[in-house]
Design a protein around this ligand. Structure first.
Ligand code: BDR
Ligand code: CA
Length: 331
């Protein structure tokens, strides 16, 4: 690693894989985690705050400011993903309750303070529905000049998960995702196409679970968590005793520490806000040239996003393990 650590803020809905992302961000020497903000998504926002505080304590980082944010999407009712993340929203691991309370600032106020107060532009990593981020961008648009990049877990080029075409974080609050995409800030979209692929082999999960160090052991327990609904992610060792575990949201933070592990293309992306089966879809224009629509009706202005199309799985698994287990050589 060379140079100063990258100032990062994570906006999350902790969340099994959000917890994996927090553990990595706290432990990677190239990242300075300035704050964590919480939003309703995988579970209710109070559960997200509790889970986030617990993870930071287990990771040995109890002083990072945490703020409570939006309790529901801009327009719709909240719809949790407890069938994936457990009743407590973080794998029902029986972890102790946190010993501290969140910031007195709400999420938007903490985001503003930390973005404007950072000596260097901040990288924002939303791993959740975009409600807090949309409220921030509409309330304090001056922050955009102080954001280096938004590395966003959300969307999909191909298949969705919440619906056949919509990824959960976009589906939960499509209008908020549209605000993010039109913010003018450089965006990397770490969508389901890469998210689903980064799997930690079972033998590594087993080693983590057996660790005597609480943060590494928690990573192992989180990676071993299985949703009550069937998981479509491929297990590279389906006959083995130790199933692989997906890094999920943590892959987006790996992409901050090591952007070279992703293959991206700058492409037009928009969110379908229409009611019906396409609502929440990220429509990524992969066409090499204009089609009849643009020829006859003219091109519409559309935000360009660096869309992740491929990921070096082994590179991100190694990066994750070396940071969380405290081994030298984290990029
Ligand atoms: C996203 O939805 C949540 O369940 C995960 O934490 C991740 O952020 C994947 O669609
Ligand atoms: Ca998440």
């Amino acid at each position: 690693m060379t140079g100063q650590p990258i100032p990062v803020i994570i906006d999350c809905d902790t969340g099994v894989d959000d917890a994996l992302a927090l553990l990595f961000a706290v432990r990677h020497p190239g990242i300075e985690l300035r704050a964590v903000t919480c939003v309703a998504g995988n579970t209710d926002v109070d559960g997200v705050v509790r889970n986030t505080l617990t993870v930071l304590e287990q990771a040995g980082a109890p002083d990072i400011p945490v703020a409570r944010g939006a309790a529901r999407p801009l327009i719709e009712e909240p719809r949790s993903a407890r069938h994936v993340h457990g009743e407590d929203g973080m794998g029902d691991l029986g972890l102790p309750a946190p010993t501290r309370t969140p910031s007195e600032l709400d999420a938007v106020a903490l985001l503003r303070r930390e973005i404007l107060g950072s000596p260097r532009p901040v990288t924002l990593v939303p791993t959740a529905p975009l409600t807090n981020i949309a409220l921030l961008l509409r309330t304090h648009p001056e922050v955009t000049a102080h954001i280096e990049r938004i590395v966003w877990m959300g969307g999909a080029v191909a298949a969705g998960n919440a619906t056949p075409v919509a990824e959960f974080n976009v589906w939960h609050d499509p209008e908020a995702a549209a605000v993010l995409l039109t913010s003018g800030v450089p965006i990397t979209m770490y969508g389901l196409d890469v998210f689903n692929r980064v799997q930690v082999p079972g033998e590594d999960v087993r080693r983590l679970r057996g660790s005597g160090e609480p943060g590494a052991r928690l990573a192992g327990e989180l990676l071993a968590h299985r949703p009550s609904a069937p998981d479509p992610a491929p297990d590279p060792d389906p006959d083995g005793d130790d199933p692989a575990g997906g890094l999920g949201d943590a892959g987006a933070v790996c992409a901050v520490a090591d952007p070279g592990g992703l293959t991206t293309r700058r492409l037009p992306v928009e969110v379908s806000l229409a009611p019906g089966p396409t609502r929440g879809q990220t429509i990524v224009d992969l066409r090499p040239r204009h089609g009849e629509s643009e020829i006859h009706d003219g091109a519409r202005p559309q935000p360009l996003v660096d869309v992740a199309l491929d990921v070096d799985v082994r590179r991100y698994v190694d990066l994750y393990l070396s940071a969380v287990e405290g081994r030298p050589g984290s990029r």
